[in-house]
Design a protein around this ligand. Structure first.
Ligand code: NDP
Length: 280
């Protein structure tokens, strides 16, 4: 029987728990979100994050910037946020306009306020097996889903499709830390189907609709779909859910799987950074 990994349900539980913890705080955690440009999808993501933070009782600081904002101006704002004692967490919504050097921006975020583990100091710690201030939101949310459904990772063959700095790479590292045997695939991988058929767990974070089809998946595998694709005005993942689901033991839906977990982990990370900065 296939079990649907209900990210929305788990995210709602986590949110309620965060709300309870926050209600007892005199000074509320504060999340600052920078959005440069007018990418419609980014605007929706940022609004959803801000709405969820306010529901929990966090304070938010939203800094929209025009698409022609200079890199200097953007960096200046990050330096100011780094210095503001009341700001505990900083998120720069990606992608940035093409004239801005993403890496300069990421490196400018103070590591102790880096809510999505972008900064190389935090990434380096993750890679070395020390704790970063907080782990990256999407990989953390995926691991939390596995833990919540008691899905064993140790000794499992795991295929991670995608090697981006924010999803694929850190997720591969975090799975290895749980003693899984990880294959990190990307657009130049030649024998993806063969690797997939040999995998106990497949996580697709490619942003490519219908990449994972039923003939890629062995009976009883676990499939996690990170992808967000717009197909004929509908939101689709990377996985052909209808045909893949019957073969799996566990599978995430899109929407309602990884997406809500990412936002819940962003909120959890905001509270954790607040606690670290306030020594409690
Ligand atoms: P990127 O575009 O940065 O990375 C995509 C990765 O997938 C790259 O490593 C690329 O390979 C690989 N890839 C692309 N096409 C294929 C293919 N046909 N076969 C194998 N590998 C392929 O994306 P992100 O990591 O930022 O995001 C991935 C997807 O996840 C997107 O749809 C995004 O919207 C979604 N997302 C969802 C989140 C959520 O909360 N649900 C959070 C973050 C992202 P190469 O390196 O060779 O180019």
């Amino acid at each position: 029987m296939t079990v649907i990994l209900d990210g929305k349900l788990l995210a709602d539980k986590i949110t309620q728990n965060l709300k309870k913890k926050t209600s007892g705080l005199k000074v509320k955690p504060k999340l600052a979100v920078i959005l440069a440009g007018d990418n419609p999808a980014s605007l929706i993501y940022v609004r959803n994050k801000q709405k969820r933070a306010e529901e929990i009782g966090f304070e938010t600081l939203f800094l929209p910037m025009p698409k022609d904002v200079s890199e200097e101006n953007l960096l200046e704002n990050i330096y100011i946020l780094n210095e503001m004692k009341e700001v505990n967490a900083i998120l720069v919504q990606l992608p940035l306009p093409s004239h801005i050097n993403k890496f300069s921006v990421i490196e400018a975020i103070a590591p102790e306020k880096d809510v999505d583990c972008f900064n190389s100091i935090n990434v380096g710690k993750l890679l070395c097996g020390y704790s970063p201030y907080v782990p990256p939101c999407t990989p953390k949310g995926i691991i939390r889903l596995f833990d919540n459904y008691n899905i064993e990772l140790e000794g499992k063959n795991v295929l991670v499709i995608g090697r981006s700095n924010i999803v694929g790479k850190p997720l591969s590292v975090m799975f290895q830390a749980r003693n899984a045997t990880v294959t990190a695939a990307h657009s130049k991988t030649k024998n993806l189907k063969e690797i997939a058929l040999n995998s106990d767990i497949i996580v697709s974070a490619a942003g490519c609709a219908n990449l994972v089809t039923a003939d890629f998946v062995k009976e009883g595998a676990v499939v996690v779909d990170v992808g967000i694709n717009r197909v004929n005005d509908r939101l689709r993942g990377d996985v052909d859910f209808e045909n893949v689901a019957p073969k799996t033991s566990y599978i995430t839906p899109v929407p309602g799987g990884v997406g809500p977990m990412t936002i819940a982990m962003l909120m959890e990370n905001t509270l954790e950074l607040y606690q670290i900065q306030n020594h409690n």
